[in-house]
Design a protein around this ligand. Structure first.
Ligand code: DGL
Length: 285
């Protein structure tokens, strides 16, 4: 059985395109509709109630466009709204927080994992909750294999990085200014001696060069994009909802911000698939 309907993905802005890129690479036959809420960016400093309301509005818009699945390509919105979206929407919803942590848990040697994200994401405690799930799953797997009682423990060191996303939205990803800011904001996780750093905001992979420079070569940077794409593929396979194979997927991009800027930066950050960008205006703006 195949399902030709598109996958919906959304973010507060351009960061979710890192997830779109991973989906295009892993699932080239799938149609994708991406919504960037650039007109209301940033979500990170906003109260969780506002972010939840925005996420529900966008998800309803995507459902109205006939998507078969929604990926919340934004950690801040995943942290604030994932349970509500999963409870209320008529289609499955996947977030980016747990996939990112799961990917980090696979690569860490010491169990000391850093997480950087927006103020909203870090304040929500979503990564601590995800760590409990990931540990519980690892524990169950370890018990199944060895009969031992626990999974490997994860020590999380979290830091908010206000200001990073504004550089990305301005297309400024490796300037001296962003480097100076990164030196200051990453200092706590660097001093914690983490061996793995989760880029807990979908905008941050676009700053990977600067973040990697500051953290040093011994620290592995982990983005949730690839692991999220694997989770999408697994769900579509399991439910018989993959797009018909051997066809080229179509991609649509919608923004509540400026379409010209979105297109210019979208091509740079995502690739040549960003061709036509549709404008969306929220009625109350
Ligand atoms: N890309 C979003 C995230 O993953 C946040 C950017 C913002 O603050 O709006 O959290």
């Amino acid at each position: 059985m195949n399902d030709p309907r598109p996958i919906g993905v959304f973010d507060s802005g351009l960061g979710g395109l890192t997830v779109v890129r991973a989906l295009i690479d892993l699932l080239p036959s799938e149609d994708i509709v991406f919504f960037g809420d650039n007109g209301r960016f940033p979500y990170g400093p906003k109260p969780a109630d506002d972010v939840r309301r925005y996420a529900v509005q966008i998800a309803e818009l995507l459902v109205a466009r006939g998507v078969k699945l929604i990926v919340v390509g934004c950690n801040t919105a995943s942290a604030a709204a994932l349970p509500i979206l999963q409870r209320d929407l008529p289609v499955p919803v996947i977030g980016v927080v747990e996939p990112g942590l799961r990917a980090a848990a696979k690569v860490t040697g010491s169990g000391r994992i850093g997480v950087i994200g927006t103020v909203g994401t870090i304040a929500s405690g979503a990564y601590q909750r995800a760590a409990m799930h990931v540990e519980a799953a690892a524990g169950a797997a370890a018990r199944a294999v060895t009969g031992s009682r626990t999974g490997s423990p994860i020590d999380l060191y979290c830091a908010a990085c206000p200001g990073f996303v504004e550089f990305v939205e301005a297309g400024e990803v490796d300037s001296d200014q962003v480097h100076v800011l990164a030196e200051r904001l990453l200092d706590p996780v660097r001093r914690a001696g983490v061996d793995t750093l989760v880029l807990g905001c979908t905008h941050y992979p676009l700053l990977a060069r600067t973040i990697g420079d500051v953290m040093g070569r011994d620290v592995v940077l982990v983005s949730s994009a690839e692991e999220t794409a694997f989770e999408v593929r697994e769900l579509l396979e399991r439910t018989g909802a993959l797009a018909p194979p051997e066809r080229a997927g179509q991609r649509a991009f919608v923004t509540s911000g400026d379409t010209t800027t979105f297109r210019a930066l979208g091509v740079r950050f995502c690739g040549p698939e960003v061709v036509d960008v549709e404008a969306w205006r929220w009625p109350d703006r």
